[in-house]
Design a protein around this ligand. Structure first.
Ligand code: ZN
Length: 143
């Protein structure tokens, strides 16, 4: 806190500052909120219909699993020797890694090497199209 040289607060001001800081003790920066305060915030969120934050890690469709996913991709490509598992085309430049059971339906198998396979761009496109049929079916069921 910066303070002008030669300046002192009056006793009255000091007293007011004491009360003010005691009241805002829970919102002081850098200090964890009290359980009571957290509960109140939580209640307010529920009251307002706010939803908990989503998009955490694999819940976000853009999440690629970080560095470990890249390793899984490389391991899959090497295991399948850069060969498309549907049409057996071998070309390291066009190979892509796909989820046999697509991510939308089985996010838990996201990084399972047994659920990853190598496909060429064409087969991947076709397979993804089929996946969407499955996804729509599954979603229609749950709605
Ligand atoms: Zn193919």
């Amino acid at each position: 806190m910066s303070r002008k040289a030669g300046y002192t607060h009056t006793a009255e001001t000091k007293e007011r500052m004491k009360i003010s800081s005691a009241r805002s003790v829970a919102v002081r920066k850098g200090e964890p909120l009290s359980t009571d305060h957290r509960k109140k915030l939580s209640d307010a969120h529920i009251r307002n219909g706010d939803r908990p934050p989503t998009g955490y890690m694999h819940e976000n469709p853009n999440w690629k699993g970080g560095i470990s996913y890249k390793i899984s991709v490389r391991l899959t490509l090497e295991r399948d020797d850069y060969t498309c598992q549907i049409c057996w085309l071998r070309d390291p430049d066009v190979m892509e890694v796909d989820h046999r059971l697509c991510r939308a339906l089985r996010p838990d198998l996201f990084q399972d090497l047994n659920n990853l396979w190598t496909l060429c761009a064409n087969c991947h496109k076709r397979k993804t199209k089929n996946d969407w049929v499955e996804i729509r079916k599954a979603r229609a069921k749950t709605l």
